[in-house]
Design a binder for this molecule. Structure first.
Ligand SMILES: [Zn+2]
Ligand SMILES: [Zn+2]
Length: 289
């Protein structure tokens, strides 16, 4: 199984877009990318806009030779309703558009599916189901909270198994801080996990300390109770420049358990480029130059 990250916070945009090549099957999970409209009271810097374009082109290029496109929920950093051609002829596995979904994602889902239905090779609702292609199994969790409550809606977690290897992609669980979210990961017993980490940049106001503590405990359980060797932390967590400091106990635990904890960029042998988290610095730099 070969994993390539197409776009992510450590690569400079908001996304978890991941390409998985398993045997003869190529799967792209969440072909979408976005930017924070405002951060530190500042709009995206031109460097971020340029990166957004690069990442979207990379996703489109990769999608052209992919077999399966997965959409775990209907936020714009996970799908793009503006370019339905990306879905032409593909097997498309999407989050259910009307059940276990909040009002805004329900509207977006209806619009998006109307765009891609005429061009997709096949379109199926994935929630809680298993699909087999060639000798690759793709399993989906039942819908779990997007974050710590149903306010932001639900996502599906994704597992891809091929040979004796299993990968789990948590989507936007923001932790995980809920029993339900971690249960799927433990059941799937993956050797590689791609995880949306806790929202530490909003700790104490939009993200409770209690949720943060529960996330640490649940990720420790994943380290101890599964075969995981490679744990990729991405997305919400990496909008915080101090994320590593805040997760110090987890890094110690990972070392004890023989688990490698990395960002998507580090996994691919690249430098982290946290453009959103560094937005203040980026704008300051362009003032003086
Ligand atoms: Zn989301
Ligand atoms: Zn997201």
């Amino acid at each position: 199984m070969k994993v390539t990250f197409l776009a992510s916070e450590s690569l400079g945009t908001r996304s978890m877009s991941t390409m998985v090549k398993a045997g003869r099957v190529t799967i792209i999970i969440d072909p979408g990318v976005a930017l924070a409209p405002m951060r530190y009271g500042l709009p995206p810097h031109p460097i971020e806009l340029e990166r957004l374009g690069e990442h979207w082109n990379r996703i489109k290029y990769a999608a052209a030779s992919a077999d399966v496109l997965v959409v775990t929920h209907y936020h714009y950093d996970h799908h793009n309703p503006q370019e339905p051609e990306v879905y032409r002829g593909k097997t498309v596995l999407v989050k259910h558009p009307t059940s276990k979904i909040n009002a805004s994602q329900k509207r977006r889902a209806a619009f998006f599916l109307a765009q891609i239905r005429p061009v997709a090779g096949s379109l199926e609702y994935s929630d809680g189901k298993e699909f087999s292609l060639d000798d690759v199994a793709i399993r989906f969790s039942h819908p779990v909270f997007h974050g710590t409550s149903e306010k932001l809606g639900y996502v599906t977690e994704v597992s891809v198994s091929y040979g004796d290897s299993t990968l789990v992609f948590t989507s936007d669980v923001e932790g995980p801080s809920i029993e339900d979210q971690v249960a799927f990961v433990l059941e799937e017993n993956p050797d590689i996990v791609i995880c949306d980490g806790p929202v530490t940049y909003m700790l104490g106001y939009r993200y409770a300390y209690e949720s943060f503590e529960r996330s640490i405990a649940y990720v420790s359980r994943i380290f101890r109770e599964t075969n995981v060797k490679e744990f990729i932390f991405e997305h919400h967590l990496l909008r915080d420049l101090d994320w590593k400091e805040k997760l110090k106990p987890l890094f110690l635990e990972a070392e004890e358990c023989g688990v490698k904890v990395e960002t998507a960029a580090e996994f691919m042998g690249l430098e982290n480029e946290f453009l959103e988290a560094n937005r203040k610095r980026l704008w300051k730099g362009s003032e003086t130059s």
